[in-house]
Design a binder for this molecule. Structure first.
Ligand code: ATP
Length: 355
């Protein structure tokens, strides 16, 4: 059993800088796969390092199964880290790398060898046990780094961007393997990534961070369906949600000629969010549509994304529309867009908080 609890946990590198992690409250359930996601510098790695004991904590507490771990040495916390660069010992074989922590903790040679070969079988590393890291592919090194964490049978895994050195194809297959392995082992896991697709596909729950502040925690589905604010709305989902500033006139807002009903008791300044699948495409000038000009077409085979400009206040650029592969779109042409009234996300204009 390992429940991980951050309670107001704060890391401040210097008194005049804003905290790298700011009063973090987060509970990770026993056996849960929790993904920490956010842009570069938002405090993901620092959060993991605080849990593992590699960073100090200026305020708040961190506990594992109710035991405060802040005073404990890293090696006494029973947390195994998998780093982005794998941090393998170059002069040791795969077997020695995997068994190192066990031998260090006083385990016999025989027991260590048994444990290592069990985990090597799980990760299909049996043939490679006598090789040095320099003779391994990137994907194999990544599996050795995982194996080294797994042999320890820790209470908690902390993984810091473990897939970022793999090529795109290997990353996709490895992320499915890691998620399946974690479920099989049932070990509580905190996994850091800046890649929102990785976060959505791997996590039981996802915690979104921005500038050291937790923005939202929820299942991938909850975060996609009900982003808590404009930051989460824009960050999670690919292509990103289109956010448009609108003014209200007698309880209605206008996107070109498209009129949309505004939630009751809404403030004067509002942002409406639409995902790429929430537009209906019609001919230009269709009654009740927003006229848009095609700027770029991204063909994905089964579907296409059409990037358009329009005379509305879109934050971060262009409107993106998902369309069927049968439609033909040409850059420079116009089309009519009708927003799907059932799929609108509303946010308060100034704070960005979901209504
Ligand atoms: P990335 O995805 O780029 O790895 P991250 O979300 O993991 O980013 P952190 O590495 O946790 O972010 O960094 C959070 C903030 O703390 C950043 O502003 C960073 O510059 C700062 N920071 C990290 N380590 C130190 C340090 N040793 N000294 C001073 N500031 C630091």
């Amino acid at each position: 059993m390992a429940v991980v609890t951050f309670d107001g946990a704060t890391r401040q590198f210097s008194p005049d800088a804003s905290p790298a992690v700011d009063h973090l409250d987060l509970e990770v359930a026993d056996g849960e796969f929790m993904v920490l996601v956010g842009p570069s510098g938002c405090g993901k790695s620092t959060t993991l390092r605080m849990l593992a004991g590699l960073e100090s904590v200026e305020a708040g507490s961190i506990s594992i199964d109710g035991q405060d771990v802040i005073g404990l040495e890293p090696k006494s916390r029973d947390v195994a880290m998998v780093f982005q660069n794998y941090a393998l010992y170059p002069n040791m074989t795969v077997a020695q790398n995997m068994g190192f922590a066990l031998r260090n903790a006083g385990m016999s040679k025989n027991d260590t060898a048994t444990r290592v070969s069990e985990v090597a079988a799980m990760l299909e590393l049996e043939e490679l046990l006598d090789r040095k890291p320099s003779k391994l592919s990137g994907g194999q090194r990544q599996r050795v780094a995982m194996g080294r964490a797994i042999v320890r049978r820790p209470k908690v895994f902390c993984m810091d961007e473990p897939l970022s050195n793999l090529d795109a194809k290997l990353r996709v297959s490895t992320r499915a393997q890691i998620a399946a392995l974690q479920r099989e082992l049932g070990t509580t896991t905190l996994y850091v990534t800046h890649d929102q697709v990785e976060a959505m596909t791997m996590g039981d729950r996802v915690a979104v961070l921005r500038k050291g502040v937790l923005q939202q925690v929820g299942s991938p589905r909850e975060i996609y369906a009900r982003p808590a604010n404009t930051f989460v709305a824009g960050f999670m989902g690919s292509p990103q949600m289109c956010l448009i500033d609108v003014d209200i006139d007698a309880g209605r807002a206008h996107l070109g000629d498209a009129e949309i009903a505004v939630p009751r008791s809404a403030p004067q300044r509002l942002v409406v969010g639409l995902r790429a699948e929430s537009w209906q495409v019609t001919g230009p000038g269709t009654l009740g549509s927003l006229t848009a000009r095609i700027e770029l077409v991204e063909e994905l085979g089964s579907e296409q994304f059409v990037y358009c400009s329009a005379d509305v206040a879109v934050r971060d650029g262009r409107i993106v529309v998902r369309a069927d592969h049968r439609h033909e779109f040409k850059v420079g042409e116009s089309l009519g867009l009708i927003p799907d009234a059932g799929e609108l996300h509303w946010f308060e204009g100034d704070s960005g908080i979901r209504l």
